[in-house]
Design a protein around this ligand. Sequence first.
Ligand code: ZN
Length: 231
Amino acid sequence: MAKPAQLLLQYQRLVDRERALRDDIERIESQLQSDPEVAALEERAAAAQAQQEATAARVRESDKAREDHRTRLRSREKELMSGRIRNPTELTQMSEEVQHMKSRFVEEEEAELQLMEEADAADEALKAVTAELEAARARAAGEAPALRAELDEMRTELARVEAEKAEVWTEVSPSAQRAFTRQRVQPAVAEVRNNQCTACRVTVTSRGLQMLRQGDEIVNCENCGRILVLA
Ligand SMILES: [Zn+2]
């Protein structure tokens, strides 16, 4: 018949194992549901797509504006060359206007070149992040079978640990069960090595050690209050 404190230590280890398994299972489940790298790249791809669409729209607007200005410039030039305008002041004014339109047109052309470079850069950025996303999706899909297998093993182990934990608990005497559940300091059970409580490093009294060797009663650490068990 196992001693109560040893059973409690065994129980505590099973509780810890169960918790660790549940954490791992949760982590793998969430990874299978949504791979963190894939999710991050999906966000970046969406942002790159929006950026690419916005720059492409600006290029189209600029094209259209330049086309309008070109048409107006041509009609002004035609008017100027037509010889219909005889008034010198008016001619000078119109000629100045045409010059002004021409130089503005050059500026617009430069601005559009700049814009087109930005659009090219946005295209490239979108392509790059799309390629990264595809690679990450392929990687995640490749890893999924092994993760699912791991998950199955963990679930099997969890079921075994839960069953063992329940079984061990039924072997623990009611008074030891009470001592364990009442315990506030966690973990509730601490091993004694070199006559010291391994949780708080305080030396166990000789009377305490004697009781531990008999092992029939629950002995608490006089300093931290944990349930003691000889290692
Ligand atoms: Zn202690």
